[in-house]
Design a binder for this molecule. Structure first.
Ligand code: GLU
Ligand code: MG
Length: 461
């Protein structure tokens, strides 16, 4: 069963965390140097403060300082002067979530925990992305709705250079690439497993030196945590091998990119809403209403799930990126790929949202999907006709009518601002600071060639 999340963490939780941290300090003494505490900012970059093990209990009780300006950082490491958060004053407290703390094998000598951010007087910080996800999960839980989620992690492995030089040959899905990279992928699997990530599969993907890891589904906040942790571990293993991992949506021009597909199943009263019903492919009426809401909201969701200018270089037809606003059973060109073929056990049926990529803040993604699912569950709606095949293929019956998802970040940010459900869920402050950050990314990319847009996004972790 998914872990239950409280919508906020209180001061009482922190006292308990402090005691737990005292125990952890004693138990781990001599085994590691310190704990890396992370959150993900509005540009999708993982941000970090590191405390020595001896300082963990204090960090758990009072948090570690972090300037609010961090969410005004742009993907190139600069600061957006137009952001409401570009101020030198003020401070926040980032508190490690000790429930999720894991000892790492890569990088060795460290542990990791995700952080939640609070104001100095102990209130939840309105721009805290992880707290946003917690709130949406808790709101759905109050209505009896829960979800299991998992991000698929795709990345390309380059040599240690700024440009992308594929580190391995061999073909997509090929034994040839498996053999060429077997030492590397063994370390990836071992280090992910050591960090508590439930790896279900790893394979050479279609792109140059590209790999994919699938992991077990979890509650939405944990799924976002796992995404952050997996990217950190894969980057560390790559560095140990003298290589670099690119999770960027676009790594090379005119080629497939890296997706960050989100697999989701929705649950009520112990049953999977995407299976066992009387609708198409076993959808329940509530499951169908939720999928209809997600499908209709994809343009707005993309501002969160595909949030960089490079995202739109990836989101092209015929690359299995899900560039069409359609759904279909097992259709890899559909933005919503229903995975419920005959014979699938009811607990395994899920929908894969394919149009997302890993430049997204995974907490905003899981929170936004949960918010839309909750809104959709309350409004009966039907899905349109399902689509099979690639609408871009010559002679496809929908060649002229299938709707492409927006082709630019500017369009999706506008769609986000128009979405009543997402506006309500995010709240004015978080929506305002987030859209300011997206507009800074648009400004930064204005007039740039695709090569430069890709170069700016290539090594973001
Ligand atoms: N690399 C593709 C993408 O950009 C996905 C390939 C697949 O279906 O796994 O999303
Ligand atoms: Mg893949």
């Amino acid at each position: 069963m998914p872990r239950l999340f409280s919508p906020v963490r209180s001061v009482a939780d922190r006292a308990a965390d402090g005691k737990q941290a005292d125990d952890l300090q004693r138990r781990l003494a001599g085994q590691l140097t310190g704990v890396a505490i992370t959150f993900v900012d509005h540009s999708g970059a993982g941000r970090i403060k590191v405390v020595p093990l001896e300082a963990l209990a204090r960090a758990a009780r009072t948090g570690v300082g972090f300037s609010p300006v961090i969410d005004a950082f742009t993907s190139d490491g600069g600061i957006d002067p137009a952001s409401p958060l570009d101020r030198p004053d003020g401070d926040l407290r980032m508190v490690p979530d000790l429930e999720q703390l894991v000892v790492l094998r890569d990088p060795a000598g460290w542990a990791w925990a995700p952080g939640d951010r609070f104001t100095q007087d102990g209130a939840v910080y309105p721009n805290c992305q992880r707290s946003f996800a917690r709130r949406q999960v808790a709101a759905a839980q109050r209505a009896g709705l829960s979800a299991l989620m998992a991000f698929e992690i795709e990345w390309m492995v380059g040599r240690d250079a700024d440009d992308f030089v594929p580190a391995f040959g061999g073909t997509g899905y090929g034994v040839s690439r498996f053999v060429a990279a077997a030492d590397y992928t063994r370390d990836v699997v071992d280090s992910l497993t050591a960090a508590g990530v439930a790896v279900e599969q790893i394979h050479p993907e279609y792109g140059p030196a590209q790999f994919e890891v699938s992991v077990a589904a979890e509650d939405p906040v944990s799924a976002a945590d796992t995404c952050v942790l997996a990217k950190l571990v894969i980057s560390a293993v790559s560095a140990r091998h003298g290589l670099r991992a690119s999770f960027s949506p676009a790594v090379l021009t005119d080629n497939v990119g890296n997706g960050g597909h989100l697999h989701v199943s929705f649950w009520q009263d112990g049953g999977n809403l995407l299976a066992g019903g009387a609708g198409r492919h076993g959808l329940t009426s509530q499951g169908e209403s939720i999928l209809a809401a997600l499908l209709a909201s994809l343009p707005a969701l993309l501002a969160i799930g595909a949030p960089t200018p490079a995202s739109y270089l990836r989101l092209q037809p015929s690359r299995w990126a899900g560039a069409y606003q359609v759904w279909g059973l097992e259709n890899r060109e559909a933005a919503l790929r229903l995975i419920a073929p005959p014979g699938t056990s009811t607990s395994n049926a899920n929908v894969e949202i394919k149009c997302f990529d890993l430049s997204a803040n995974p907490y905003l993604v899981t929170g936004a999907v949960m918010a839309l699912a909750l809104a959709g569950a309350g409004h009966p709606a039907s899905l349109p006709a399902e689509v099979s095949g690639d609408p871009a293929a010559p002679g496809h019956p929908l060649a002229d009518s299938a709707v492409r998802l927006p082709a630019s970040l500017a369009d999706t940010v506008e769609a986000l601002e128009r979405s009543e459900e997402l506006r309500d869920a995010l709240g004015a402050e978080l929506l305002g600071s987030y859209t300011a950050a997206r507009r800074a990314a648009i400004t930064l990319a204005a007039g740039q060639h695709d090569e430069q847009v890709i170069a700016d996004a290539r090594w973001l972790i």
